[in-house]
Write a protein that binds this ligand. Structure first.
Ligand code: UFG
Length: 325
């Protein structure tokens, strides 16, 4: 039996494949629109194709004995989703419905879904649990919540079980330095700071310094990409052994760091000072997003291994090694 990883050539997908391939056969389906073939492990059976392509899905499910699908293939930029909502509903909702339809047709009934803290919108609490109300404020968060709701409708009527994982701020790179974060364009805070400290960007723009936080900048919960990867494997094994079924779990460290604090940690690790410019707030940014991951710790025994300085250290080693990401 194999696991199908949709989006396995992307940032979080490739790190998950790296852990998964040590224990399982892996098929990756990716159209390389935002993923990279250099992130793919040699041992995977790679299919270059679109998630929404029924013929490709039929072929993948017919030619392989697929036990479960891990679904990472999505667009994930909040700002872009506001500018181009139909791209997000097309790729994140419509194509995922095609995938789910083909899973049901081919009798594949285990699904691990990449969701996001963006489903919570502007939460009314500083420590977000899975009980916190979902109220997305952008099409990206909405597209993920729609799929969560579709999964809840499918499970009772088909031989189908799922786990939803709501990521907070994914960051860092594999400890080997072999794979890491590569986005084009890059919009995420930690890679932007590190690219600046490597001389690849003139300065860092801090989006907003008048939030109601200790230092006025936004607070986020950064979680290492390998910790996220391991949560997927625990979720799959939980579905297999019956420990978990049709559940939603938050994935974060439970600790918030402001933009200024993240810059300081990056400066310490790089041994260099950053040039900072204070800019306007970025549309759609909540002031504070910090996860309680108590539920997955209790139910599946997941515990993050990387603190912020270790996250930045792994990212720094990756960015030092590659000329520009
Ligand atoms: N930021 C800056 N300057 C930059 C880039 C980011 O100040 O150049 C700030 C942002 O305003 C935000 C923080 O740094 O306050 C983190 O921003 P990121 O873009 O790194 O991450 P986001 O919190 O915006 O988004 C991430 C994922 C989304 C997901 C969201 C859920 O990229 O997919 O977490 O919390 F929806």
């Amino acid at each position: 039996m194999s696991i199908l990883v949709c989006g396995g050539a992307g940032y979080i997908g490739s790190h998950t494949v790296k852990e998964l391939i040590e224990k399982y056969e892996v098929v990756v389906l990716d159209n390389l629109s935002t993923g990279y073939s250099f992130l793919l492990d040699d041992r995977v059976n790679f299919v270059n194709g679109d998630l929404g392509d029924e013929a490709v899905l039929d072929r993948v499910f017919t030619e392989n004995q697929i036990d479960a699908v891990f679904h990472f293939a999505a667009n994930s930029l909040v700002g872009e989703s506001v500018q181009n909502p139909l791209k997000y509903y097309g790729n994140n909702v419509q194509a995922t419905i095609t995938l789910l339809k083909k899973m049901v047709e081919h009798g594949v009934g285990k699904f691990i879904f990449s969701s996001t803290a963006a489903t919570y919108g502007i939460p009314d609490t500083n420590l977000i649990t899975e009980e916190t109300a979902t109220n997305p404020i952008n099409p990206y968060g909405h597209s993920k919540l729609v799929i969560e709701q579709i999964l809840a409708s499918i499970a009772p009527v088909h031989d189908f079980q799922y786990i939803v994982l709501r990521y907070f701020n994914a960051a860092g790179a594999h400890v080997s330095g072999e794979i890491g974060e590569s986005h084009d364009p890059e919009t995420h805070l930690i890679p932007i700071i590190l690219q600046h400290l490597l001389g690849q960007r003139e300065k860092i723009s801090v989006f907003g310094s008048d939030y109601e936080t200790n230092d006025g900048t936004c607070v986020r919960d950064y979680i290492h990409v390998t910790d996220l990867a391991n949560a997927h494997i625990l979720a799959y094994e939980g579905l297999v052994d019956g420990t978990a079924s049709n559940e939603i779990y938050n994935l974060g460290n439970g600790a918030g760091y402001s933009v200024k604090e993240v810059i300081e940690v990056c400066e310490q690790i790089a041994g260099k000072s950053a040039v900072i410019e204070y800019a306007d707030r970025r549309a759609g940014d909540p002031a504070v997003l910090v996860a309680s991951s108590a539920k997955i710790e209790k139910e599946l025994g997941w515990k993050p291994q990387f603190k912020l300085d270790e996250i930045v250290d792994t990212a720094w080693k990756w960015h030092e090694r590659i000329p520009m990401s």
